[in-house]
Ligand binder design. Structure first.
Ligand code: AMP
Length: 560
């Protein structure tokens, strides 16, 4: 007999609740045979994936997970991580995606601040915890997995992940496939679309990381909005696409991929720990057509030996976010036949706020003008309200010139920071979410981020928008990556200094001449011209792979 208690199936007065359980059931019932790949080692159909999710959710409840509990996950980008993305919220909990690029102290801090009750952890991260296991007396259970199948560890009580997700023996005994609708258990709690489904931490420039939370409803609406936006050209996602994001699952819901890819019913490839040679091999072998990453990762993939041939044949379409897409990087990608589009958002916004696409508004523009829009931060996605305001919250004109703070509203922005009421109030002052980013919006509604408020260089009372300046410098032949910071100056308060990477040292004379050309053509004001260029072997990165400007600022301020 068919059970009529489906996971998260609760209806409200408006119809089916926007829960991740309902979202997943719809995705799986529409495309049960579609595949999820862990590298090229393991393949699961959506139907198998669903059963593993339901088994894990049931197991968590049996182990003692209570409604509202947080469950941490510590892993690379794997199919198991995506299973947790669904199983934990379906079991009534919130998944805490732990930033594994944080220092151990920050990892410990975020786990204790979130007061996680269980931890799902890959074996290679276990020693990190064992070293200080006395800090984790509040953890009710460790769910460990290992590709070797053995889970030797001193952490107690411990459970083998793969035992918990295994198909029910009864189904196997019967020798027939389990009906995916019947596999739900009545023991699962009913979830509401307003329950918190995720929590993760975002680092401010100062102070401790802040936790942001999102509800089932936030995530479902975010996915639906992204899907409708990505249907537009040039991404034009279709049933022929194979998707492999190179955005860590610990970082802002991997920009929504674990949700929208399943709903769209596409093959979804998880590359595990990032290894650029393997990533290129997967692109080639599994015919990946769509990906996403921060500019730095694209830069690293382009530098990988053998990348050119593979990428040239791939016709990959790449969503670039997290930092601005520079002219230099766009040119290098396009030379290989890749399509790159810009997108913008932040941890607090789930993350999507804007994505570039060829909207009705810009269809009539010249190819060059369209390219400029497509590589901007993008156009507000469906259901968002994004605008640029001055310090008194007055709207600034959409003229592509007026610089102000980007503020936003959407049905999926975080309602606030976990256990930080004061910070939450600041984030939401005036009823809009304050991004702390400075930008311009042009008459077609496309956004360009010109700086973080904290990074802007103020010279002689005027702004030098460092992101715009970096974009321009990135196109100088020989420059690979560039970061501009302000150096204290007695006369002007601050003057810009450019740090760059390049294969060979570039003469200061040459760089100055190139800058003079930009001044002559009016692309930069004279006072934007960096007073010096400093070559570095590589940049320090933040925990999410962006260039870390903090050490550069310290260096120009007289530190090391
Ligand atoms: P995070 O919260 O770590 O995801 O970082 C979000 C920040 O990254 C934003 O507030 C921006 O400062 C920056 N960012 C994201 N996308 C872009 C973009 N397309 N252009 C420039 N900066 C961006």
């Amino acid at each position: 007999m068919r059970r009529n208690v489906f996971i998260g199936m609760k209806q409200n007065g408006r119809g089916l609740e926007l829960t991740l359980g309902n979202f997943l059931r719809s995705a799986v019932s529409r495309n049960p045979e579609q595949k999820i790949y862990y590298q090229d080692k393991e393949i699961f159909t959506y139907a198998q994936f669903y059963r593993r999710v339901v088994n894990l959710a049931n197991a968590l409840v049996k182990l003692g997970l209570k409604k509202g509990d947080r469950v941490a996950v510590i892993d690379w980008d794997t199919n198991r991580y995506v299973e947790c993305y669904y199983a934990i919220p379906i079991a009534g909990g919130a998944i805490h995606t732990v930033n594994i690029r944080y220092s151990p102290e920050l990892i410990y801090y975020t786990i204790s601040h979130a007061e996680d009750s269980f931890i799902v952890i890959r074996d290679e991260f276990v020693p990190l915890i064992e070293k200080n296991k006395e800090l984790f007396s509040f953890i009710k259970g460790w769910i460990i997995y290992s590709e070797s199948g053995k889970i030797g560890s001193s952490l107690e009580p411990k459970y083998n992940y793969d035992d918990l997700v295994k198909d029910e023996p009864s189904a196997k005994e019967k020798g027939k496939d389990v009906d995916i609708y019947d596999s739900a258990e009545t023991s699962l709690p009913s979830t509401s679309e307003d329950d918190i489904a995720t929590i993760f931490y975002t680092s401010g420039t100062t102070g401790l990381p802040k936790g942001v939370t999102f509800t089932h409803r936030n995530l479902v609406l975010h996915a639906v909005s992204l899907m409708s936006t990505l249907n537009e050209p040039p991404m034009s996602i279709s049933s022929k696409d194979v998707v492999m994001p190179i955005v860590p699952l610990f970082h802002v819901h991997q920009w929504g991929f674990p949700h929208w890819v399943l709903s769209k019913g596409l093959p979804y490839v998880l590359p595990g720990r990032y290894n650029y040679a393997l990533i290129l091999k997967l692109i080639e072998k599994l015919h990946v057509t769509v990906t996403a990453m921060v500019p730095t990762i694209l830069q690293l993939i382009l530098m990988e030996p053998g990348s050119e041939g593979i990428l040239r044949n791939s016709h990959l379409r790449i969503i670039i976010g997290g930092s601005a897409l520079t002219e230099g990087l766009t040119k290098r990608a396009e030379a290989l036949g890749l399509t790159v589009v810009g997108a913008y958002g932040m941890s607090e916004t789930a993350p999507a706020l804007t994505v570039s696409y060829i909207s009705k508004e810009i269809e009539h523009l010249s190819p060059e003008e369209i390219k400029r829009e497509i590589t901007s931060a993008g156009f507000p996605v469906v259901l968002t309200q994004v605008k640029i305001v001055d310090s008194e919250m007055n709207d600034l004109p959409r003229d592509g010139k007026s610089i102000g703070e980007v503020v936003a509203r959407a049905p999926w922005l975080t309602s606030g920071y976990w256990k930080m009421a004061e910070e939450t109030e600041k984030l939401w002052r005036g009823g809009w979410l304050h991004t702390g980013d400075l930008g311009t919006m042009d008459r077609y509604g496309f956004l360009r981020i010109v700086d973080r408020e904290k990074d802007v260089v103020k010279s002689g009372g005027e702004f030098v928008p460092t992101i715009i300046l970096e974009d321009i410098i990135s196109a100088v032949p020989g420059i690979m990556e560039v970061a501009v910071v302000g150096k204290p100056d007695q006369k002007w308060d601050e003057v810009p200094v450019a740090f760059y990477t390049s294969k060979e040292e570039l003469k200061e004379d040459y760089l100055n001449r190139e800058m003079d050309k930009f001044v002559e053509t009016g692309r930069i004001a004279k006072f934007w011209k960096p007073v010096s260029f400093i070559r570095v072997d590589s940049f320090e990165r933040t925990s999410t792979g962006k260039i870390d400007k903090k050490p550069l600022k310290e260096r120009v301020r007289g530190g090391s």
